[in-house]
Design a protein around this ligand. Structure first.
Ligand code: SF4
Length: 127
């Protein structure tokens, strides 16, 4: 699946070589460097949720593969629908902030544009 944040001008990793975010096993210093960059990123939560949901490899949202595996395991008790919903809400928030159309967010997440619009309404209520 495509990285929905690749064209986000706010992401802290913009212009930084990809290899930092995809360290080989044992390249802990490189992984730590990537995680530091993520911790300054305004879309860190959405990025992490995306990677958890899509089983991405590498450093995403300040987490390693192992971190995300632990999070997925901890969330196993939650119904799948709740986990998906949390991911969708965080991605909808980040992509809306980046000015992406509802129909495009819907296509990225495999949901309807109507659902994206409804989620935007929910997010406005809690903001
Ligand atoms: S959280 Fe990290 S990997 Fe994700 S967009 Fe931001 S800097 Fe890039």
């Amino acid at each position: 699946m495509n990285d929905p944040f690749a064209d986000n001008p706010e992401r802290a990793c913009l212009g930084i070589p990809d290899n930092i975010f995809f360290p080989d096993p044992g390249e802990n210093a490189l992984a730590a460097q990537a995680q530091q960059i993520c911790h300054t990123c305004p879309i860190v939560d959405a990025c992490r949720e995306w990677a958890i949901y899509n089983h991405e490899q590498g450093i995403w949202g300040g987490t390693t593969d192992r971190d995300r595996e632990t999070i997925r395991r901890d969330r196993q008790a939650e119904p799948l629908r709740s986990r998906q919903r949390r991911t969708h809400l965080t991605v909808v928030a980040a992509r809306t902030q980046a000015g992406v159309y509802a129909k495009d967010i819907a296509a990225e997440l495999g949901i309807t544009a109507r659902t994206v619009v409804r989620m935007r309404g929910e997010l406005r209520k809690v903001a």
